[in-house]
Write a protein that binds this ligand. Structure first.
Ligand code: XIL
Length: 328
């Protein structure tokens, strides 16, 4: 009797593990849900075992983590270096992915030669023309301006700002980018502006003003660099709703959730809630993570991404898959 029961029990265990493992192997990849789901990439790792395979299996959008920033793509006044960016675009095209461009105007990661330039507006105009023109028709959306506001809602002082009043220099950058590729969707991208706060209020006021004046701005990028505290989903939804009402698209552009290893279930819940909130908002048209393996993350030891250092799926991976599978 005992032996029979044990055998039955073992049989059940084997059956269950068979179903679990066959479900795992047949799991729908993240890009199989009819939602635009992207990751930041570094072309230096494309030849590393597991890296390119995981990207092409799981994602249908990529963005250069650093390759299209000024210091990489425009190292000297008359020198453009498109090699890294081109490698990413080629990889994307070979794997049926779209490409987000990042970024054209930011106060960080700019080359030293810029400091001695006096005609900064002309230099910026030339840069936008050259870079957007080079990728015309191949980069579907650009972060034109990155992180121009401080968390208190004021505009940051930067070399681009050049002592002018208000957002005039930002508006001009959008106009130049639109001229260089009229079909590209043009985004303003920032962090800590996901929820209702003084920073998102200031950004929202800029969007209202630009929309009223016909400045070609098409989307807001919420970077969404989070930690174990997550964010208020209600406030995130309310913030998305007001941008949606202006007729702009929303992309989650740099999602990661830094935690200690023991907090992986909590990390998964935060990922599920953030991606779920995007899926629930019609205007939210893409979700992107800022890297996908904890092996290569700009936040060292942040454990913030969907795969561990050995490219194994973490609980957050399943959570994102579940959130993406909810019909829109
Ligand atoms: C980060 C990259 O991930 C790092 O590799 C680099 O050293 C610094 O920049 N906001 C942005 C991104 O818009 O470009 C930043 O990327 C992260 C914060």
């Amino acid at each position: 009797m005992r032996i029979k029961e044990t055998a039955k029990f073992l049989g059940a265990v084997i059956l269950i593990s068979f179903f679990v493992s066959s479900r795992e192997s047949k799991a729908i990849p993240l890009r199989g849900h009819n939602v635009v789901i992207g990751t930041a990439v570094d072309p230096a790792f494309l030849n590393e075992p597991g890296y390119a395979e995981t990207i092409s299996r799981e994602f249908n959008m990529v963005e250069a983590e650093n390759s299209m920033k000024w210091e990489t793509i425009h190292p000297a006044k008359d020198v453009y270096d498109f090699r890294e960016g081109d490698a990413i675009v080629k990889f994307a095209e070979q794997n049926g992915m779209v490409v987000r461009g990042h970024c054209l105007l930011w106060n960080l990661h700019v080359p030293e030669w810029l400091a001695s330039e006096s005609k900064i507006n002309q230099v910026l105009h030339d840069h936008i023309d050259a870079v957007v023109g080079h990728y015309r028709g191949r980069v579907f959306a650009w972060d034109v301006v990155n992180e121009a506001f401080s968390n208190d809602g004021s505009l940051k002082a930067s070399r681009w700002y050049d002592g002018e009043t208000g957002t005039a220099y930002i508006a001009r950058a959008f106009e130049w980018a639109h001229k260089a590729d009229p079909s590209a969707k043009l985004f303003y991208n920032d962090f800590d502006a996901e929820v209702l706060n003084v920073k998102s209020d200031a950004i929202f006021a800029m969007f209202q003003d630009f929309k009223r004046r016909g400045i070609p701005i098409h989307g807001i990028g919420f970077q969404t660099h989070l930690n174990v505290d997550g964010l208020s989903i209600e406030s995130f939804k309310a913030n998305m709703a007001r941008f949606a009402a202006l007729g702009v698209e929303i992309h989650i552009t740099e999602l990661e959730v830094s935690v200690s290893k023991k907090s992986f279930p909590r990390q998964a819940a935060i990922y599920r809630a953030v991606v779920g909130a995007c899926i629930a908002e019609r205007a939210c048209t893409a979700v992107q993570v800022w890297g996908f393996t904890d092996k290569h993350s700009w936040i060292k030891a942040g454990n913030g991404l969907l795969f561990d250092g050995d490219y194994k799926r973490k609980p957050a991976y399943a959570a994102v898959g579940q959130a993406l599978s909810v019909a829109r």
